[in-house]
Ligand binder design. Sequence first.
Ligand code: BGP
Length: 488
Amino acid sequence: MIDARFPKTFLWGGATAASQVEGSWNSDGKGLDTQDCRPLPAVPFHRRKDSCPFEEMTSEKYQAALSCEDEGAYPFRWGSREYDHWREDIELYDELGLKIYRLSISWARIFPNGDDPEPNPKGLAHYREVFEECHRRGIKLLVTMHHYAIPVHLVNEYGGWKNRKLIDLFVRYAKVLFANYGDLVDYWLPFNEINAGRFNPYNGVSLIRDREEHFDQSVHQALHHQFVANARVVQLAKCMVPNAMVGCMIARFCHYPATCNPADQLQCLHDEQYTNWYYTDVMMRGAYPAYVNRYFDSMGVVLDVTQEDLELLRLNTCDFVSFSYYFSQVSTTDEGWEKTGGNLVVSSKNPYLETSEWGWQKDPTGLRITLNQIYDRYQKPIFITENGLGAKDTFEPDNSVHDPYRIDYLRSHIQAIKEAIGDGVDVIGYTMWGIIDLVSCGSQQMSKRYGVIYVDADDEGRGSFRRFKKDSFSWYQKCISSNGEDLA
Ligand code: BGP
């Protein structure tokens, strides 16, 4: 009888992203970036009738943001004010017992315009301080280089990732990061959720739909540039930080066929291929899979790919696979099938699953299935770089937050990871999203809270921004100190 256990080296952690926590959007020489330009939604998500989780960027909104100094109208400009609170946040992470902290570097803090001749010394010094503090406390680092936000100048001047020029600029940025932080960082992710390029092109590849003549073509060409950039960063890491591990990351969508009708089974196969495998196959196997030809063909997409690109992809695959996992969805050919919410996507409803307040279908078994599928395919270490529950919390008069729903979610998902380890899957770490309350990426609300640490701020950025421990804080602390044995 297999008694599944987490390995002693398991990396328990927490995750954040610069644009969602830092705030201080124009301090110490930081340039304006693409996430700073996303305005407060015109209609708050919870009052919309449909379940579309985000408002798409338009040229009009983007242009208005470029010249607007109003911090209040743009939630990512304030975030959780982590730029001012980072010392106390790291102290809390240490108290929690985190073995690893996943965070992202803001490209616009290092190169305010993306193509500046020299990096910004204040931006470099900031992350150095943060990383040294983690290092001093024995907290390892998993650093994302690109978590949606890029300097706006790269969009205005070059059109974002659809321009091949961004590859060189990104590699130059990566080189600066390796040179400055290579002694402190053990794990690197060049791109957060690279498949976002397809399901949210503004976030993923910095494209604004109404500016593109052939949108699908631009999206997939931009993705190709990111794949090549990823391969070049892997190549660079081999010389500059040979002891570090470089991973790929996608938002992983676990699909179930709605019925045993072969049409639904085929739909499920295609959904898995086009939303998940395409991306990890390129970065883990080093080549475009055969099935994408039909996919591209259906959209009239013809990629501009050089022999040199293909060689780079082939020779520079990633050391580990990572993904975010929040929910599962249903594949169906029935267009009338009931819909529900999802991570920057709308998905089909599964009658066997409960949903979060935002309609996301809670499914720990789907995580176990996903881990097995990925390991079967690549036989490489797996890091779960995001998982958690966005929920409304009640802040009590005595400064407490009772969040049993979050504990239940974490418990069931951690239990599922343990079972997957028992199935033989090599899972090396888990960074819970978002360890501290932050502005939601999809709905842009602070009130969609993920943290085990509460931040006193509302959806308009009003509040003291003081930090408080929720009940889930001590629960996760116990989970970590028992290495996943005590999940009560
Ligand atoms: C992922 C993003 C994160 C994070 C998370 C939760 O797609 O990488 O940045 O925000 O989803 O989503 P949301 O914030 O929309 O609830």
